[in-house]
Design a protein around this ligand. Structure first.
Ligand code: TRP
Length: 324
C-alpha cells in the first residue's frame, strides 16, 4: 500500500529558497513513492491576516506556480485549496470540541508568535486554534506522513495527541501521522536571521540575476574580517552558509577563509555565480508557468475535486463514530 502524504503552505505569495530547502524538496522527493496531497492553507492565512484578504487568490496562484517551478508534478500529486474542501472546517469544529484549552495555550509556536508579532492583534480565537485546524487537515486524509519544516513539529505532536483522544472517545477512526523533516537545511536570510518575507531578507525562487546580485552584495559577512587577508570566521557568515549548500568544495573554502587566503568579495562573487546557475532554469520555467493562469486554476480545481472525494469519505466515518 502506498503511503498517504499531506502537507500545506499558507498562500503568502512568492516562495523563497528557505521554503525550497526547508520543505519543498521533501515534497518533491515523496511524489514518486506516495499518494501526495499538497494544499494551499488559505484558512490558516486568515488566522493572522484576517483583516486583509484581498490577495489570497493571487497569492495562491503565485505559490502553486512556485511549487511547479521547483519540481512538483501536477500529474503525480493532488494540488488543492483548503477552503474549497468544506470538510476541513467541519472537522475543525468537531476536533475543537475535544481539544483541551491548555494544550493550545502551551503550544510553543503560539507562545513564541504572540511574543514576536507585534504589528498584528493576535488575541483572536482562530489564532489560538491554529493547531486544531492543522490537525483537521492532516487527519481528514488519514495521512501517514507529513513533510514539514522543524518549526511545525509541535503541531504534529498535537495532531497525534488529538487523534488518540478522538479514537479513545469514539473508536479507531483517525490515523496518527509521522513527520518527515528535510535534512538539516536551514537557509539563513541575507542578514543571518531566519529567511522570511516579513524580514525582507529572502531570495526568491526564480529570482533574476539583476536582483540576485544586489541581494548577494547585501549578504552579511564576518564583521571581524575587514582586509582580504584577515583570518575569517565562516561559522557565523551568511555567505559561507550558502557555500555549504551550493559549493561541493566548501570544506576548502572554510580553510581558505580561516587562513586569510581569500577575501569576502571574491568569496561572494563565487557564490553569486553558483546561485545564478541554480536560479537560471528556475527563472525560465517560472515565467512559463505563471503566464498560464488558466492552467494553474484548472489544476487547482481538479485537485479540489479529488481531495473532496477523500475528505467526504473520512467525514462520513467520523460522523458514524460520533453517532451523528
Ligand atoms: N502550518 C503550516 C505552516 O505554516 C501550514 C499547514 C497548514 C500545514 N496545514 C498543514 C502543514 C497540514 C502540514 C500539514 O507551514
Amino acid at each position: 500500500m502506498r503511503k498517504k502524504v499531506l502537507s500545506g503552505m499558507r498562500p503568502t505569495g512568492r516562495l523563497h529558497i528557505g521554503h525550497y530547502f526547508g520543505a519543498l524538496r521533501k515534497w518533491i522527493e515523496l511524489q514518486d513513492e506516495c499518494d501526495c496531497y499538497y494544499m494551499s492553507s488559505d484558512w490558516h492565512a486568515l488566522t493572522t491576516d484576517y483583516a486583509d484578504t484581498f490577495k489570497i487568490d493571487e497569492n495562491t496562484l503565485e505559490m502553486v506556480a512556485d511549487w511547479i517551478t521547483a519540481g512538483i508534478d501536477p500529474q503525480k500529486v493532488v494540488i488543492f485549496r483548503q477552503s474549497k474542501v468544506p470538510q476541513h472546517s467541519e472537522l475543525f469544529l468537531i476536533l475543537s470540541m475535544i481539544t483541551p484549552l491548555g494544550w493550545l495555550q502551551r503550544c510553543p509556536t503560539y507562545k513564541e508568535q504572540i511574543k514576536a508579532i507585534k504589528n498584528k492583534d493576535l488575541s483572536n480565537y482562530g489564532f489560538l486554534g491554529y493547531p486544531v485546524l492543522m490537525a483537521a487537515d492532516i487527519l481528514l486524509y488519514k495521512a501517514d506522513v507529513v513533510p514539514v519544516g522543524e518549526d511545525q513539529l509541535s503541531h504534529l505532536e498535537f495532531t497525534r495527541e488529538i487523534a488518540r483522544r478522538f479514537n479513545n472517545f469514539y473508536g479507531n477512526v483517525l490515523v496518527e501521522p509521522q513527520e518527515k523533516l528535510a535534512k538539516s537545511s536551514r537557509v539563513p536570510g541575507l542578514d543571518g536571521r531566519k529567511m522570511s518575507k516579513s524580514y525582507n531578507n529572502s531570495i526568491l525562487i526564480g529570482e533574476s540575476d539583476d536582483t540576485l546580485s544586489k541581494k548577494v552584495k547585501n549578504m552579511f559577512t564576518d564583521p571581524l574580517k575587514i582586509k582580504k587577508d584577515d583570518p575569517g570566521h565562516p561559522d557565523g557568515c551568511v555567505v559561507f552558509a550558502f557555500h555549504k549548500i551550493f559549493n561541493n568544495d566548501h570544506k576548502r573554502r572554510e580553510e581558505e577563509c580561516k587562513s586569510g587566503l581569500i577575501g569576502c568579495a571574491a568569496c561572494k562573487k563565487q557564490i553569486m555565480e553558483m546561485l545564478s546557475e541554480f536560479m537560471k532554469p528556475l527563472a525560465e520555467k517560472r515565467k512559463v508557468v505563471i503566464s498560464n493562469k488558466a492552467y494553474l486554476k484548472k489544476i487547482i480545481e481538479m485537485g479540489n475535486l479529488q481531495a473532496k472525494e477523500v475528505a467526504i469519505k473520512t467525514l462520513m466515518e467520523i460522523r458514524q463514530a460520533l453517532k451523528f
